[in-house]
Every structure is written in C-alpha cells, then in structure tokens.
Ligand binder design. Structure first.
Ligand code: DC
Length: 223
C-alpha cells in the first residue's frame, strides 16, 4: 500500500464521521467518507429512476456512472459526471436507498477501485462499513465504533432539524439500515478480526479520538 491507512467502521450514527474527521486532522491526513459514494449511487438511481433491482439494468447503469471525489478547501466533495452532488445526498431517503442498493455485489465492485485508488496516493482515515474487512485488510490500524441504538438515533435526530420525523421514526429507520448492512451477503457490516472495538455510547468524540490516537501511537511503536 505504501501509505498509512486507518479504518473506522461501524453502524450508522455511532459518531464515525465526527471522529474520523477529528482524527484525520490530528494525524494531518485526509478523511474519506465512503458512505458518500454509496449515497452517490443511490442519488443517481433516484434521479434517473433506475430499476436497480434488475441486475442487467443495474450493470448498464453502473457502466455510465462517473463518481469521483475532488478536494475543495481541504475536504472531499463528491462529484457525479462533473456536478457537485454532496449537498443532495444527506437525506434519510437517500440513506435508506444507499443501504438497500449497497447489498448488490455489482455496486460494491464498482466502488472498490475508487477507494483503493485514493489510498495509493495519500495517508488517510477511511470511514465506512467494510473498510477493515474488505477494502483495506492491510490497514495500519482498524477501529469498529459502536453505540447503543437509542443514543445513535438521538444523535441523528438532533442532526436533522429540517426533516419532519419524530425520534421513533429515526430509530426505526436506523434499525432497518443496521439490519440491511449487517445481514447482506457481500461485505456485511462486521468488525475485522484485528479491529479494535470502541463503544462510544457514553464518550465524547474528543475522548474517542484521544483513545484512538493512543492506540495508533502504540501500534506505530510495535511496527
Ligand atoms: O455511512 P453512511 O450512513 O453515509 O452510509 C450510507 C449507506 O451506505 C449505509 O447504510 C451502507 C452503505 N455503505 C456501505 O455499504 N459500505 C460502506 N463502506 C459505506 C456505506
């Protein structure tokens, strides 16, 4: 690989994004949100009304898909065929569709190269569901971040003031997404055998990052 890769996997709402962002700043490397790629696929499926459950249709669609990240103000934004789609992929509808279509092996295969290509050129913190298990099995340090469902739902609810949903709906959708992500056949959400699990239910993001930094430092000394 040649570069230093840290992976952070875990269920939705465990705090991966905040923690990955802070950790990458402390380490002076880039942060890659791989969930954005799956959301990008879902966004285009929604826009183009693709019948993605039909394999032949899905495969044709994936051939035309042109998703990539560009760096803007030291953060990656997601582009699709030349258009910045980052502002449109954060809705709960897109999250659910991303979770559903990410079970298709063709979708996962189409996104694999994009992720590995970034890792060839730069040190990075990669956040996702299968970073430590499938995409970067050789990563320098792997974390699996978890938190109680009710804590995760509350966090997600607080993040989306504009959506007309109550907290129970948010929790239900999150449980559905967990279930999809854990039980799909290809690259299911699970900790890598050598991942370090951190339960962030009662920890602040800063506390989680401090803990990770301690582990990364120790791992560096023993390598
Ligand atoms: O991290 P997120 O909530 O933005 O991810 C949206 C969905 O994308 C998630 O429910 C499952 C899928 N995903 C995945 O299958 N593998 C990844 N590495 C990242 C996300």
């Amino acid at each position: 690989m040649g570069t230093r890769i840290i992976t952070i996997d875990g269920p939705a709402g465990a705090g991966k994004t905040t923690v990955s962002h802070l950790l990458s700043q402390k380490l002076g490397c880039v942060y890659v949100d791989t969930g954005a790629l799956y959301r990008g696929v879902a966004f285009e499926i929604q826009q183009q009304k693709v019948e993605w459950e039909n394999d032949a249709v899905l495969e044709n669609f994936l051939k035309t898909l042109d998703l990539y990240f560009v760096m803007e103000n030291q953060a990656f934004v997601l582009m699709s065929s030349g258009k910045n789609i980052s502002p449109f992929i954060r809705t709960s509808d897109i999250a659910l569709l991303a979770s559903a279509c990410s079970g298709k092996p063709q979708v996962r295969a189409a996104l694999l190269d994009i992720q590995r290509h970034i890792a060839r050129t730069t040190d990075a913190v990669f956040e996702g569901r299968d970073m430590g298990t499938v995409v970067f099995p050789e990563a320098a340090c792997k974390f699996f971040l978890v938190a109680d469902l009710s804590v995760r739902a509350k966090r997600r609810y607080d993040e989306m003031p504009d959506e007309a949903k109550d907290i129970h709906q948010v929790q239900q959708e999150m449980a559905l997404r967990d279930n999809n992500d854990i039980h799909r056949e290809t690259a299911p959400l699970k900790p890598a055998a050598d991942a370090i699990e951190i339960d962030a239910s009662f920890m602040t993001a800063d506390q989680v990052v401090e803990k990770m930094l301690g582990i990364i430092e120790k791992a560096g000394k023993t390598q």
